[in-house]
Design a protein around this ligand. Structure first.
Ligand code: PLP
Length: 389
């Protein structure tokens, strides 16, 4: 049998309770597996969790949510949407798909989040919206960002894929502001397999998302085959197929109540990494912003100091893999992907802070079921790797 230290330790792994698994099985046995009563219950739970938000729309992914929230802005060619280059490609891709031009603003020098003070310089008469990304579950400084958006009449669609459970100045992300998009991908802080949700306080945007997520049918037609469903529907817009299934919501109904415990464990592990690695010259550890907040610790992603480490980030990751430890890159700066270079002319050097992060960032293993012994293995493997460099 493999000894525990020989098993591969992934950088992330979902925690699914027996109750969650049993709920999926009940869903399968119920005869109703696609969008239905469990999705409705999950949406109610999401609203309640986010300070009784008026609208929560469950979807097949956060990418779908970003797409539909941005589509609701009815961008016309030439309209600009400001976001950060330090994000997953979906943030930029959906801006383009919704008809906008992504305008990037560098991250702050000491942070992985957009430099809010630099946003104003990027606003033009074509700017329509800002898409801040709460990187790793650390909130963007939303008070000045919303003040700026209000001054310029801009919409704010928060990419909160990392930030379910994050608090900014005592308030949960998603309980205030314009619109937030959450992800329930297996690597995220709670999961429905694949899945996402839009939370909004805008009835018009909510109606647009509700329509577009299911073919453009004029009423929530999911129950048209049931006893209470109506016989007919109309297509009032060409819509997408972005609905969440009850099989997925079955997981979400059990993941959401577990979130607080997940974040507590992530926080304990992150604080243990911070304490254990505090005097390692090989790492620049994440630095919390000065404003009041509580991070959801979606990622523990320090920057490798290649000189002190005697190796670059890719060599480090390969060395950890050889020691049975998984790591991840979140993310390479999005403006350097071929599509964004070719279409918008972005170049190396355009966003130096994001590029410095992009080259050096590594996600170390962090997930709720990770034990202190697992974490010791990570730290021992790093010691061994650096000692041999
Ligand atoms: C994961 C992620 C997304 C996309 O989420 P999906 O649910 O996989 O579509 C978007 N933005 C960021 C920052 C993400 O991390």
């Amino acid at each position: 049998m493999e000894k525990p230290q020989d098993e591969f330790l992934p950088f992330s792994r979902p925690s699914l309770s027996e109750e969650a698994i049993a709920e999926v099985v009940s869903c399968l046995r119920s005869g109703w597996i696609t969008t239905g009563p469990r999705v409705q219950r999950f949406e109610e739970a999401l609203k309640a969790y986010h300070g009784n938000a008026p609208f929560a729309l469950a979807l097949s992914s956060a990418t779908a949510g970003l797409h539909l929230a941005l589509a609701a802005l009815r961008l016309v060619p030439g309209d600009e949407v400001i976001t950060s280059p330090m994000t997953f490609a979906a943030t930029l891709n959906t801006i383009v798909i919704a008809g906008g031009r992504p305008v990037l603003v560098d991250v702050a020098p000491d942070s992985y989040n957009i430099d809010v003070a630099a946003i104003e310089g990027a606003i033009t008469e074509r700017t329509r919206a800002i898409v801040p990304v709460h990187f790793a579950g650390v909130p963007v400084d939303l008070d000045p960002l919303y003040a700026l958006a209000e001054r310029h009449g801009l919409r704010v669609i928060e990419d909160a894929a990392h930030a379910i459970g994050t608090e900014y100045k005592g308030r949960i992300i998603g309980s205030f502001g314009d619109t937030q998009v959450f992800s329930f991908h297996p690597n995220k802080n709670i999961t429905t397999g694949e899945g996402g949700a839009v939370i909004t306080r805008d009835a018009g945007l909510a109606a647009d998302v509700a329509l577009a997520r299911f073919h453009g049918m004029d009423r929530e037609a999911w129950n048209r085959f049931g006893k209470s469903g109506s016989l007919h529907y109309e297509i009032v817009a060409p819509g997408f197929k972005y609905n969440m299934m009850d099989m997925q919501a079955a997981l979400g109904l059990h993941q959401l109540p577990a979130l607080e415990g997940f974040i507590a464990r992530r926080t304990a592990l992150a604080e243990r990494y911070l304490a254990r690695l505090s005097d390692w010259p090989q790492w620049r550890l994440p630095r919390p912003p000065a404003y009041a907040h509580k991070p959801a610790w979606h990622l523990f992603a320090p920057l490798l100091e290649p000189e002190a480490a005697g190796m670059d980030r890719d060599t480090f990751m390969a060395g950890m893999k050889a020691r049975n430890i998984g790591t991840g890159i979140h993310y390479r700066a999005a403006h350097l992907y071929p599509y964004y270079r070719d279409r918008y002319g972005y170049r190396l050097g355009d966003f130096p802070h994001a590029e410095a992060v992009s080259e050096r960032i590594v996600s170390l293993p962090l997930f709720p079921a990770m034990t202190d012994a697992d974490q010791d293995r990570v730290i021992d493997a790093m010691s061994d790797l650096f000692a041999k460099a």
